[in-house]
Design a protein around this ligand. Structure first.
Ligand SMILES: Nc1ncnc2c1ncn2[C@@H]1O[C@H](COP(=O)(O)OP(=O)(O)OP(=O)(O)O)[C@@H](O)[C@H]1O
Length: 313
């Protein structure tokens, strides 16, 4: 019998409007407990960052499976406690957020029966995780336009994709591109000699660094990223205007962003981003205050995750 803990965020996009998800999860737990497969219970988060405390407590209690029932923010907080945890502790996902970027990349787009089945008969996989200064991330980090969106989204009482869209549109008209310098790092966290000539200074509309290939909702901002290759993919988008916003959005949704002249792609195990002053970034869609200098680095194969059988990306 595998000891497990389910960490449920009642504030995540899907969970607010779909109380049936948590009912189904409770039933699944009862079924698995009765069948002698799991020894599991569900706990709810009461505040931001509570999921990390709950996940640490679950590991200390001997749980081998810790399941995040929430969006990318809840997954981030839960997984933070599991990075480099001793085997066989694994993260499970029941993605119920507004975007579900990590879940979609791993073949778990929705909180459905397939997501639940993967928890008990799926394949455990080792994936990379990453840090942006002191902030862990698992899916995506960024600065510029999308960091502003995450800050405004956080202040909403109600969440969900339509509200995302509304904020994206209003932020588009007020956002001013930010200047930054980007230096790729090698495996030893030194400026990469082979790629040093790629050091870029730019006015970034969006600067995104992806461990997975998408923000969520199939917005493929780093379309070539793989979550277990020991590398991070950086996408720099410059000069977005009313004229080119729609074609760029279509490219974003069809994995063709790197065909645009406005877009630069870099790949490295890490990056240093320097800005004129401290400011906002986001990690997995959650806004954070960060120093002017941001060091982003990969932690190769540092998290075990349960994924559906035969669905490895
Ligand atoms: N009980 C709570 N009350 C208020 N906020 C909470 C509570 N529990 C967790 N949170 C916060 O809720 C926020 C949103 O969670 P989450 O990211 O899971 O949902 P989402 O934003 O709808 O999904 P996604 O990131 O996939 O778009 C996180 O910042 C988390 O810290």
């Amino acid at each position: 019998m595998k000891k497990a803990r389910f960490i449920f965020n009642p504030r995540s996009g899907y969970n607010i409007s779909n109380p049936r998800v948590v009912e189904r999860v409770r039933r699944f737990i009862a079924e698995q407990n009765a069948a002698g497969v799991l020894d599991a219970r569900l706990v709810s988060t009461e505040r931001p960052h509570h999921a990390t405390e709950l996940a640490r407590a679950a590991i200390a209690d001997g749980c081998e499976l810790v399941v995040a029932v929430g969006g990318d923010g809840t997954i981030n907080e839960t997984a933070t406690a599991l990075v480099n945890a001793p085997a066989p502790v694994a993260l499970g996902l029941v993605p119920c957020g507004s975007g579900n970027g990590l879940g979609r990349h791993l073949g778990i787009p929705r909180p459905d029966e397939s997501a639940l089945r993967a928890l008990v008969d799926g394949t455990p996989r080792m994936i990379d995780t990453a840090m942006a200064n002191e902030h862990p991330f698992f899916n995506m980090m960024g600065l510029g336009f999308d960091a502003g969106i995450s800050a405004r989204f956080r202040s909403l009482k109600k969440r969900g994709f339509p509200r995302y869209l509304k904020i994206i549109l209003s932020e588009f008209f007020r956002y001013k591109p930010a200047s930054c310098a980007i230096t790729p790092l090698d495996e030893n966290e030194l400026p990469a000699p082979a790629t040093a000539k790629q050091r870029l200074e730019a006015e970034a509309f969006i600067l995104a660094i992806g461990n997975s290939d998408q923000y969520g909702n199939d917005g493929f901002i780093t379309p070539l990223a793989r979550i277990d290759d020991g590398q991070l993919d950086l996408t720099l988008v410059r000069g977005v205007s009313l004229l080119n916003a729609l074609p760029l959005a279509i490219r974003l949704l069809t994995r063709r962003l790197y065909g645009s002249k406005k877009v630069t792609h870099l790949r490295a195990p890490g990056f240093v981003i320097e800005r004129p002053e401290p400011g906002l970034i986001h990690t997995d869609g959650e806004p954070r205050e960060a120093a002017a200098r941001i060091e982003v680095k990969i932690l190769s194969q540092s998290l075990r995750v349960m994924t559906p059988r035969g669905k490895a990306p």
